[in-house]
Design a protein around this ligand. Structure first.
Ligand code: 5GP
Ligand code: ZN
Length: 131
């Protein structure tokens, strides 16, 4: 039995405000938005994280964002910019791959918080990454 809420949305078992849909993906309003027009873009197939999606699907998603969604958000909501984000495992509430499209507006106060005490020297981290 699949308890995934996003699969339920795809199957029409749960309602959503769908903005765009085709054979491979669905785009709907985030129920708890960070800004006006905060969208979620998901594959119709249940995939969990970035490690599961393929290049073809990502390419298609990018094309839909570039040609349909970002222009729509700009035209209808007059956003000043757009932030794409995507959580894998840690910070991921819904375990069905999804891309956040968060329209940005001047003074929207959307910000990342981070713990400075956890930060190592940039050079040290660089050497850890490349050696
Ligand atoms: P995550 O933290 O996994 O990257 O983001 C999950 C997002 O899904 C959250 O921003 C949350 O508001 C949204 N969300 C959770 N449940 C539902 C739902 O039932 N319907 C819709 N439309 N969005 C949901
Ligand atoms: Zn799912």
């Amino acid at each position: 039995m699949n308890d995934c809420i996003f699969c339920k949305i795809i199957q029409g078992e749960m309602p959503s405000y769908t903005v765009y849909e085709d054979d491979d993906l669905k785009v709907f309003m985030n129920i708890n938005p960070s800004t006006n027009g905060h969208l979620l873009l998901i594959p119709k197939k249940h995939l969990t994280t970035l490690l599961d999606v393929d290049k073809e699907w990502m390419g298609h998603a990018l094309e839909v964002i570039q040609t349909k969604l970002y222009p729509l958000l700009k035209e209808k909501l007059h956003c000043d910019g757009l932030t794409l984000s995507q959580n894998n495992f840690y910070g991921q509430e819904v375990k069905h791959f999804h891309i956040h499209l968060t329209p940005r507006y001047e003074h929207d106060l959307v910000d990342y918080q981070y713990n400075e005490e956890m930060l190592n020297e940039v050079e040290t981290v660089f050497h850890t990454l490349v050696e």
